[in-house]
Unconditional design. Structure first.
Length: 403
């Protein structure tokens, strides 16, 4: 009779993250849970959830779209229901891009779309290049797919720019793709036509795919949005991601997509392999797919409200921190965030802790987004105008008292 083996279950090394609560997260949780004596109510300038920022949603139209009797029928399609994909093609047509529904895959989120693409393009240990600064979610997505992220820098000179030499230096024999966020989060940098041409040239030279995240495309902070990467010619294998979380201000509905482009033979291979990946998961539910046309068609109302809010708050920011003041914002072309260059009177971590604990203002530190050294804050432009105004004036008072 064999001896009984007793031991602890083991976890995958890919999930060996440090999940302990940071000092800032702990303080934020406590501030949200209860008002601290003698301190004004907290101003949250990290807000990213439009459903909790006071915007006017057409509840009847949004919820009514979920009542389609067709949703009672199970009709699986790896790419998603044709009617929903056609609604996505109509969205791109408004951006002057001709995208056929046969080139679109529906996913529950852009995160899932990234997961599909990492599976499509990478073996364990392969590398994907991504701009820095950027949103930290990518680190977890890459870990879960056993992919290594390699940062390439954006540099600032009266606006954010791509550094082609630095990008080339980071390409190795394991590199499989370049990720571009258009516009970037948090810098608000649109990738212009010359930079797009350069990226496509580099991808062609090294045999790489181009992955473009356009979730903030519809939110220019002034003027019109830059063109989508779905428009124009596609000399290299390219994937364009977006979804209803930003396009229609509906993060809770979990609906996104990836558009696939490129030269015929390589595109056909990608479409076939993606179809198997998507067919394995079949993750989007029918009611959401049937509702997508209505939600996309009604997007302009919420987009107008968000654009008005972000532009108003940007003007308020410039009024408090004009050129030459102790802190000042960097050029931002689009999106929901603004990057502030601040006096490095302390580490960014110490600054955000003081702002939250003593002034009741929640902001992100620059290192959360990969901004190097100290002297950076990132503020959300999505907060209510009242909260935003109170918050940035408190930030101003903090620096005047500290410098």
């Amino acid at each position: 009779m064999s001896a009984k083996i007793v031991g602890m279950a083991r976890f995958s090394q890919r999930t060996g993250w440090d999940v302990s609560e940071t000092a800032w997260a702990k303080l934020l949780r406590e501030r949200r849970a209860s008002a601290l004596p003698g301190v004004d109510p907290m101003c949250d300038l990290t807000a990213s959830n439009p459903t909790r920022c006071g915007f006017d949603y057409d509840a009847e139209a949004i919820l009514g779209a979920l009542r389609s009797p067709a949703a009672l029928d199970y009709d699986p399609n790896p790419k998603g229901l044709l009617r929903a994909r056609e609604a996505v093609t109509a969205y791109y047509a408004a951006h002057e891009a001709a995208v056929g529904p046969e080139h679109i895959f529906l996913t529950t989120s852009t995160s899932e779309a990234y997961s599909f693409l990492f599976r499509l393009l990478c073996d364990p240990g392969d590398e994907v290049l991504i701009a820095e600064p950027s949103y930290p979610l990518f680190d977890f997505l890459a870990d879960l797919e056993d992919v290594r992220l390699v940062a390439y820098p954006l540099f600032y000179d009266y606006g954010w720019h791509l550094d082609p030499a630095a990008l080339r230096e980071r390409i190795t024999s394991r590199t499989r793709a370049i990720v571009v966020v258009h516009p970037n989060n948090p810098t608000g940098h649109y990738t212009k036509a010359p930079e797009r041409a350069l990226l496509e040239e580099i991808c062609a030279e090294f045999g790489l795919a181009l992955i473009v995240d356009e979730v903030f495309l519809d939110y220019p902070l002034e003027g019109a949005a830059e063109p989508s990467f779905s428009a124009g010619e596609h000399p290299v294998l390219s994937f364009v991601l977006s979804g209803l979380s930003k396009v229609s201000g509906l993060p809770q509905m979990k609906a996104a997509w990836v558009g696939c482009f490129g030269p015929g033979p390589i595109l056909a291979g990608a479409l076939g392999r993606l179809e198997v990946i998507a067919d394995t998961f079949l993750s989007m539910n029918a009611p959401v797919q049937w509702a997508m046309p209505a939600w996309l068609a009604g997007r302009e109302s919420i987009q107008e409200q968000i654009r008005a809010r972000t532009r108003e708050n940007l003007l308020a920011l410039d009024a408090v921190f004009p050129a030459g003041s102790l802190a000042g914002r960097l050029v931002a072309e689009a999106g929901w965030y603004a990057v502030l260059r601040i006096p490095a009177v302390a580490t960014d971590e110490e600054t955000v802790l003081r702002l939250l604990g003593e002034y009741g203002v929640a902001v992100h530190s620059g290192d959360f987004f990969g901004l190097s050294d100290s002297g950076w804050l990132v503020v959300s432009l999505l907060a209510s105008s009242r909260d935003f105004s109170i918050g940035i004036n408190k930030i101003d008072r903090y620096f005047k008292a500290s410098c």
